[in-house]
Design a protein around this ligand. Sequence first.
Ligand SMILES: [Cu+2]
Length: 143
Amino acid sequence: MNKLIVLWALLTAGWAQAIEFPAADDLWLRAAPPGVKMMAAYVTLDNQTDAELSLVGVYAPDFGTAEIHRTVEVDGVFKMREQKSLPLAPQASITMEPGGLHLMLMMPKRSFAIGDEVRICLIYADAAGTEHVQHLDFPVKRQ
Ligand SMILES: [Cu+2]
């Protein structure tokens, strides 16, 4: 085999194909009183490509843990359920908002003031199962 082809194969084997991330709009982290151990963040994600994606995780450096949650009503009681994977089909969108889907951020490592920008990273899996991380900054807002 041509040596150049072998080299090319070696170089590309470990590289995840870059993807076009969904458009992220209306990002905000809901302000909370000091000492609160859980905060919620919201965003609208719009997959404007023809590629199948799934939102499979979230992390935030300023928090101990982060999960994707959906608020559901069960027998008149509101409960939050962790969502391990949310499909984001081509040209589809995911809307997170109070009372529905949200990013649940737990164990804050610092306090946040209105107007602060807080880094939150969304993890997507592509059709091949490869993960890609989208780094976003969420402004802290009262509502
Ligand atoms: Cu939650």
